[in-house]
Design a protein around this ligand. Structure first.
Ligand SMILES: NC(=O)c1ccc[n+]([C@@H]2O[C@H](COP(=O)([O-])OP(=O)(O)OC[C@H]3O[C@@H](n4cnc5c(N)ncnc54)[C@H](OP(=O)(O)O)[C@@H]3O)[C@@H](O)[C@H]2O)c1
Length: 305
């Protein structure tokens, strides 16, 4: 299975198990899901304080307890900074209080990674720096990162931090490929040429930041899956054809496509179906050829000028 590095964690699977939809499971099934994922090497779990208004984190800790999953056998990442329906808040008080809430719901003393969920235009880098310092020195947070941020926002934030920003979690997939599309359509008048993210993948590569791909199987802003969706017939046919060369499913072929990019992107899946999760994981054993990678990119409706 392909792996990536995140901050001071040298090796984690190139696929994180996203827990935003965990509350669709009852406690027994959540325990089975978490335990079997970890047993199969998928031991990096992605949370946020807002998922299920905290219920996802609470269910996760109950599930781990019920299944006997040891804290040190897994990596837990969570996020804060969104005050739902109101604002984004990177104030020191908000960050510190949010982490205490996260740790108490997760029933743990520490997070392996804390991400700031969406950029706060009112952020004061030095103030965030004070919060991160307290969290790092107290051992409550071991690594820090961001989500949905442009390079200059990361630069600004980093200017106030002692700890290095290790992660940027962004929406990314063959059908949500702005992070590479803008580069291909350089200096053109096409829609894809619009610079919506400021060359974020190139920036992450230069800075040693691990990108994470959220909603890898959704089209639009979490509108539903494009897998087996007739609106994406050409993409599905291509994923099937290329996947069949390796004996993997279309979903696994997407994971393979994401992990083929040299930025070392970690796919963050959202399925709560164990079979599907283990099926997608097979994509991390496959290294697509350059030709296959480009074929999938084009089949998703992207252009190569
Ligand atoms: N940083 C951010 O702003 C942000 C935003 C959104 C999400 N996230 C993170 O990203 C994770 C993944 O997001 P997501 O849940 O939207 O991702 P996803 O993996 O793209 O979508 C998963 C959903 O698609 C369904 N699905 C149906 N057919 C599928 C197929 N063939 N292959 C894969 N999935 C299929 C799954 O159903 P079944 O469960 O029945 O398989 C599940 O409901 C979240 O859990 C969260 O951790 C982060």
């Amino acid at each position: 299975m392909k792996t990536v590095k995140i901050g001071n964690i040298e090796i984690v699977p190139a696929m994180a198990v996203g827990c935003m939809r965990l509350i669709s499971l009852d406690e027994k099934n959540a325990a089975e899901f978490v335990a079997r994922a970890a047993e199969n090497g998928l031991n990096f779990f992605d949370h946020a304080d807002i998922y299920g208004r905290g219920e996802c984190e609470s269910l996760f800790s109950k599930a781990c307890k019920a299944a006997g999953v040891k804290r040190e056998s897994i990596y837990i990442q969570s996020k804060c900074g969104i005050v739902r329906g109101k604002m984004y808040d990177f104030s020191k008080e908000h960050i510190l209080a949010s982490v205490d809430g996260i740790l108490s719901r997760l029933q743990t003393d520490y997070l392996d990674v804390l991400l700031l969920h969406r950029p706060d235009a009112l952020m004061e880098p030095d103030e965030v720096g004070e919060a991160f310092d307290i969290l790092y020195k107290s051992g409550k947070v071991r690594n820090f990162g961001v989500s949905n941020m442009k390079p200059m926002q990361i630069e600004l934030l980093q200017s106030g931090l002692k700890q290095k920003i290790a992660v940027n979690q962004i929406q990314f997939s063959p059908v949500h490929s702005g992070a590479i599309r803008g580069g291909f359509e350089f200096n053109m008048l096409t829609d894809g040429a619009a610079d919506r993210d400021g060359s974020i993948l190139e920036y992450c590569r230069l800075k040693g930041i691990t990108p994470q791909a959220w909603s890898p199987f959704q089209h639009g802003f979490i509108k539903g899956t494009y897998i087996d969706n007739p609106d994406y017939a050409e993409l599905n046919a291509t994923l099937k054809e290329i996947g069949s060369n390796y004996g993997i499913s279309p979903s696994a072929t997407v994971a393979s496509w994401i992990s083929r990019h040299p930025a070392g992107i970690q796919t963050v899946t959202g399925t709560t179906n164990l079979q599907r999760l283990l099926d997608i994981k097979k994509g991390l054993d496959v290294n697509l050829s350059r030709e296959e990678w480009y074929k999938i990119y084009e089949a998703a409706g992207n252009i190569l000028p």
